[in-house]
Design a protein around this ligand. Sequence first.
Ligand code: MD3
Ligand code: FE
Length: 212
Amino acid sequence: MQNDLFDNIAPEMEELAPGVFLFRSYVDENVFMDTVKSVTEEIPFRHMVTPGGKKINVAGSSMGQCGWYSDHRGYRYEMSNPVTGKNWPDIPEHIHRIITNAAKKAGFNNFRADSCFINRYEPNIRLTAHIDQDEVDFTQPIVSVSLGVSAIFQIFGETRGGKPLNIPLHSGDLLIFGGPARRLYHGVKKLDLGHHPLTGDKRINLTFRKAL
Ligand code: MD3
Ligand code: FE
């Protein structure tokens, strides 16, 4: 067998399933955390409610042209923050460049996010299996960046049942969901008690979307 000197160098990007691209330790965590801090100083993380009146356990905030929002009136993207009536803060251009460039590497050549939903997980909080279907164009991918405490991300199939593919996500990892993967059920397992210098006992996830 040929012994290649570079065999032990991890690839920048790995396709885990059709349309699922994982980039390990891809982003500078501090750069993304600075943006999260400035957005959530203006729009603190809050627990929205489902149309059925249940509290959403993962707390959220948004930046971009529009922001994901949920209350008794339904799940949707709002052009301004319903709590304050003000626009959501812009996605900084240096963040756009990183996200758009990663999307290109996965073959999505015209991706530019118009929304970023920021999720905050506390210990013991999980995200139940769901499909993101409030965006208009399903040919556009979703790009996710994880910060802080690690979590197990789960990909189910076209239904909620069955054995999921379990993917541990660590601080700085970037994950792209596109093509067929865009319509799969997915969730996040209950967050273990842990500690990360950037976020304490929490996990933060940013999902960049083209919603409009
Ligand atoms: C697969 N967030 O915000 S990110 C979500 O880690 C969400 O916080 C998870 O699921 C988290 O909706 C997973 C990766 C992700 C995001 C959107 C998807 C995977 C996706 C949309 C469709 C399919
Ligand atoms: Fe999702």
